[in-house]
Design a protein around this ligand. Sequence first.
Ligand code: FES
Length: 160
Amino acid sequence: MRFSEKFEARFAEMLTHYPTKRSVLVPTLLYAQDEVGYLSDEVIAELASRLDLTELEVRNVISYYSMLTLKPRGKYNVQVCTNISCLLRGGEELLEHCEKKLGIGNKGTTPDGLFSLEEVECIGACSWAPAVQVNYDYHENLTVEKLDKVLDEYKKKGTQ
Ligand code: FES
C-alpha cells in the first residue's frame, strides 16, 4: 500500500532515532491512523512487514492503546474523561450531554461521520477537570454550556 510522502519522510526519520525497528511501531501507527482514518487490515499488514513483526504482534499493541482504532471514527473524536477528578466535577453529566446532543452512545459515530464519542480514562488534565479531548485538542474546566459551544464550533468547522 502507499502512504503519503509526508508519512514516508516521517517514517524514514523515525527509523534513525531508535536502535530497533519495532520501537517505531506506536508512533508509526498513529501517523498511519491520522492519514488513513483507522488501522485497516491493509495498514496492519504493511507496517508488520516493514517492521519485521507479525500482524498479531501489531494487533496486540493496537489493542492496548485506546487512541488506536481498528474501525473508522468520526472526523472529530470526542473523548470524555470520567475518571475520578473529572467524575467529581461533572464528567458523567458531560458524557450524558454528548450522548443526547450527538444522538450516539459510547464508541458510536454520527451517521454523517462528523463525530464519534468515547468515554475514556484519565487524559492527564486532572487539574483542569472536567476535561474532554477532541482529536489532539484539549478542552478543560468544562460545563455543559461550554461543551455545547465547543461541539457547535466543531460542527461548524466540519460542515464548512
Ligand atoms: S481524571 Fe480526567 S483528566 Fe485526569
